[in-house]
Design a protein around this ligand. Structure first.
Ligand code: ASP
Ligand code: MG
Length: 402
């Protein structure tokens, strides 16, 4: 007998039919003698609808504390309905809100971090032979206020339960049947990846392969929780996410695209020691995370610096750079929002020569020009014009993945 944690995303519990289907999966495993803890997301797009309701009532922005009270309600509904569906199949079940399940968090409302999970109640319910259904993405802070973990946070709830209870298996059920070598809507011959490392998954998650929430993968890596991403709509085996994965012949695990970025160009800088420090220090003071950076060679004492940031940080970044105008004496600061980042991800990149050349060749053959390049241990990224992004992903995917 083993302990299985199963997490179901919004589409998997969207309506009565889906709830009954999921309940059947759960009851099936329960009858095999396993202890089962379930974590659920809100039904369908319920969280979005709650956020819209808040915006109608308070267009200037409701307080984060009240947003958490509101948003946590979505999971309260799905958890109770799922417990009812399980009960209706003759299997004992109990729903628990985040606070009942023992999720203690900090007070960063709407983006709280789990400080610890006190699992006594979960254990007690399992001892009573109940299926435990936990409302995902929420906990309670030191003031007994409800907190939520940020969008997509139910994955993190599930991993925390699996880590704390040392579960034998942590299954993340979603509406896709695994992690793919590229977005299958974009690249028709994308393939399901059978196994992937935490680090590769983190790169793919943060690069826009929106299957698993990044925080949940970080936590799974930290506590060595093996994850299985699979679909609640099919019986197919999914993708395993774990520490060590043999790379075999394939150097590249996947190709990702990110369109939520902007590039900033600062031109005509006086080339002197300290300019990079001043620019990136100021951006850090504004809480802006910089991704790719390019610095041109100096010519006639002048130089340019370019970098990319999240699209939503663009206005703030320009402001930050403008505030340095007097001390840096640059000619212009410009930005471009019509850009996209294409990245290849794979643990073997650093140790395999020729990955960069192959990627650039593929883009060259499609006539796509590269604006910026960044290399890392397990990824290689380029920035291209947004209009070239989809073709670029296909070109690169074709070059690496047969
Ligand atoms: N319901 C929340 C959201 O939509 C949390 C989750 O689904 O994981 O972001
Ligand atoms: Mg999700």
């Amino acid at each position: 007998m083993s302990l299985i944690v199963k997490k179901f995303g919004g589409t998997s519990v969207a309506d009565a039919q889906r709830l009954n289907h999921v309940a059947k999966l759960i009851v099936g495993d329960y009858k095999k003698g396993h202890d089962i803890v379930v974590v659920v997301s809100a039904q369908g797009d319920h969280t979005d609808r709650l956020i819209n309701q808040a915006a109608e009532i308070n267009p200037d922005g409701a307080s984060k504390r009240e947003m958490d009270v509101l948003m946590s309600a979505g999971e309260q509904i799905s958890a109770s309905l799922l417990a009812m569906a399980i009960e209706a199949m003759g299997c004992p079940a109990v729903s628990l809100m985040g606070w009942q399940a023992g999720f203690k968090t900090d007070s960063n409302y709407t983006f709280a971090r789990i400080k610890r999970l006190e699992p006594d109640r979960i254990k007690a319910e399992l001892a009573k032979k109940n299926v435990v259904v936990i409302a995902g993405f929420q906990g309670i802070n030191q003031y007994d206020d409800i907190t939520t973990f940020g969008r997509g946070g139910s994955d993190t709830s599930a991993v925390a339960v699996a880590a704390t209870l040392k579960a034998n298996l942590c299954q993340i059920y979603t509406d896709v049947d695994g992690v793919y070598t590229a977005d299958p809507r974009l690249v028709t011959n994308a393939k399901k990846i059978p196994v992937i490392t935490y680090d590769e998954m983190l790169e793919l998650a943060s690069l826009g392969a929106q299957v698993l929430n990044s925080r949940s993968v970080e936590m799974a890596k930290k506590y060595n929780v093996e994850l299985e991403v699979r679909s609640s709509f099919t019986d197919e085996p999914g993708t395993l996410v774990k520490e060590n994965v043999k790379m075999e012949k394939m150097v590249i695990r996947g190709v990702a695209k990110d369109t939520d970025l902007s590039t900033i160009y600062i031109t005509g800088l006086n080339d002197a020691p300290g300019i990079a420090f001043k620019i990136f220090n100021r951006l850090a003071q504004h809480g802006i995370v910089v991704d790719l950076i390019m610095h041109t060679a100096e010519s006639h004492g002048k130089t340019d610096i370019m970098f990319s940031i999240k699209g939503s940080d663009c206005t703030e970044a320009i402001k930050a750079i403008e505030s340095l105008r007097d001390s840096l004496n640059f000619e212009a600061v410009e930005h471009d929002d019509d850009v996209a980042k294409i990245s290849v991800v794979g643990s073997g990149i650093a140790s395999h020569p020729g990955v960069a050349a192959k990627m650039f060749e593929a883009l060259y053959e499609y006539g796509i020009s590269i604006k910026m390049i960044a290399t890392g241990e397990i990824k290689l990224s380029v920035i291209v014009a947004a209009k070239d992004a989809d073709r670029g992903v296909k070109a690169v995917h074709d070059a690496f993945i047969q």
